[in-house]
Design a protein around this ligand. Structure first.
Ligand SMILES: C[S@@+](CC[C@H](N)C(=O)[O-])C[C@H]1O[C@@H](n2cnc3c(N)ncnc32)[C@H](O)[C@@H]1O
Length: 210
C-alpha cells in the first residue's frame, strides 16, 4: 500500500512539474519516460488501448494510422485487430519511440506495422490513405495543433474515423471544447464521445462528401 501511494505521489509530482514547464516550452514525452505511457492507465477506461480499438470499429484488412504512437501502447493492439491484410502506420517524431514499436512488433510476430519518423502538423502524411486514425495523449505536445488536425483529416479516406484520447493526468491535456473546435475547423464532424471531462475518447468522422 505504501509503495502504491509513493508511486502515485511521484507520478503526481512529475505531472505538475511538467505541466508548469510546458506552459513555456514544447517538450514531447521523452522516450526514457515511456514506461509511464505504457501503463495503459487503469483509472481511465476510455483511454485504454482495447477500448480505443473497440470504439473505432476496427475491421480486418483496414489501414490505420497511430499518430504520435510513442512506444506502441495502442499500435500493437491495432495491428492484432486488423490482421495480416491490414496495416498500421505508426508515426512519431522520436526515432527512439519508433525503434521500440518495431522491436515489439517483431517480437510478437506482427508484420503489418510500418513506422514513419515525422512531425504531425508538417504536412508529411500521405493523403486519403487511412480508414481509421488514433491520436492518444499527443495533441497538447504539438505546437501547431490546427495544422496537425488538418494533416489527420487529409490522411483519412472520406467516411474515415479519428479517435482523440485525452487524460487529465497528462501534462499536455486538452479540454474537450478545445479539441472539438480544432476538429470542426479541420472539417471533421462529431461521431461519438466516451468518458467524461477529465478522461475521454472523442471519435470524429471525415464526412463522406466534401
Ligand atoms: C504521451 S506520448 C503518447 C504515446 C501513445 N499515443 C500512447 O497513447 O501511448 C506522446 C507521443 O507523441 C509524440 N509526439 C509529440 N509531438 C509530436 C508530433 N508533432 N508529431 C509526431 N509525434 C509527436 C511524442 O514523441 C510521444 O511519443
Amino acid at each position: 500500500m505504501t509503495i502504491v501511494l509513493a508511486l502515485i505521489a511521484v507520478l503526481a509530482a512529475i505531472s505538475v512539474a511538467w505541466r508548469l514547464f510546458s506552459r513555456r516550452h514544447v517538450l514531447p514525452c521523452p522516450s526514457w519516460l515511456r514506461w509511464m505511457v505504457e501503463l495503459d492507465n487503469p483509472f481511465a477506461a476510455s483511454n485504454k488501448a482495447a477500448f480505443i480499438v473497440e470504439q473505432l470499429k476496427i475491421q480486418p484488412g483496414m489501414q490505420v494510422l497511430d499518430a504520435g504512437c510513442g512506444p506502441g501502447r495502442v499500435t500493437l493492439p491495432l495491428a492484432r485487430a486488423i490482421g495480416a491484410h491490414g496495416q498500421v502506420l505508426a508515426v512519431d517524431l522520436q526515432p527512439a519511440m519508433l525503434e521500440q514499436v518495431a522491436a515489439k512488433a517483431h517480437a510478437q510476430g506482427l508484420h503489418n506495422v510500418r513506422t514513419q519518423a515525422a512531425a504531425l502538423g508538417g504536412g508529411a502524411l500521405e493523403a486519403g490513405q487511412h480508414d481509421r486514425a488514433v491520436i492518444a495523449a499527443v495533441l497538447g505536445e504539438i505546437p501547431d495543433r490546427a495544422a496537425a488536425m488538418a494533416d489527420l483529416f487529409h490522411s483519412l479516406r472520406p467516411g474515415g474515423l479519428l479517435a482523440v484520447a485525452e487524460l487529465v493526468f497528462d501534462p499536455h491535456f486538452q479540454r474537450r471544447a478545445t479539441v472539438e473546435r480544432l476538429a470542426c475547423d479541420a472539417g471533421f464532424i462529431p461521431h461519438s464521445f466516451h468518458g467524461h471531462a477529465a478522461a475521454y475518447l472523442l471519435v470524429l468522422q471525415r464526412p463522406l462528401t466534401p
